[in-house]
Design a protein around this ligand. Structure first.
Ligand SMILES: [Zn+2]
Ligand SMILES: [Zn+2]
Length: 150
């Protein structure tokens, strides 16, 4: 399974006109192995370090830009901090816990239609949208929760 994935990645890189380098393969592989994850450059660096991969931050940033331009990953600017990247999937929006940073993905057809409706009302051709809802995940496992709420 891992090999099949690897070959697929190599094809994807080639199709995107990118040379198949070790760092590009490794980084793309992480995104594909964890399709629900959203990685900042730092988080990706930690993940690579854990796998014993010594790839510097400058390279990571460069590869992220290349993979994004090749439309293999998506860049999200959730806050003032680092951009968070994820593997390119079908359209979805995000809920983000401001306490622990947990990210939940969702799609709501009513919401999608409503945005079309609003746009057409203003004679506006909607091309894309970004919807990010911030709040408290309310999970008992939330790392940002304080004891006083117990
Ligand atoms: Zn996402
Ligand atoms: Zn939380």
């Amino acid at each position: 399974m891992k090999n099949a994935n690897n070959e697929k990645n190599i094809d994807k890189l080639k199709q995107a006109g990118l040379k198949v380098t070790h760092s590009r393969c490794k980084i793309l592989e992480i995104f594909q192995s964890f399709p629900d994850e959203h990685y900042t450059a730092d988080k990706l660096k930690d993940q690579l370090d854990d796998q014993g991969e010594n790839i510097g931050l400058a390279t990571i940033y460069r590869v992220l830009t290349q993979l994004e331009m090749a439309d293999l990953i998506q860049k999200n600017n959730f806050n003032d901090g680092q951009s968070a990247y994820e593997i390119k999937k079908s359209h979805h929006d995000h809920l983000i816990c401001t306490r622990c940073g947990d990210i939940i993905e969702f799609v709501n057809e009513d919401l999608e239609k409503l945005q079309e409706h609003i746009s057409s009302k203003y004679n506006f051709t909607l091309e894309s949208h970004v919807m990010t809802l911030f709040g408290d995940c309310n999970k008992p496992t939330c790392k940002g929760r304080t004891k006083k709420n117990d």
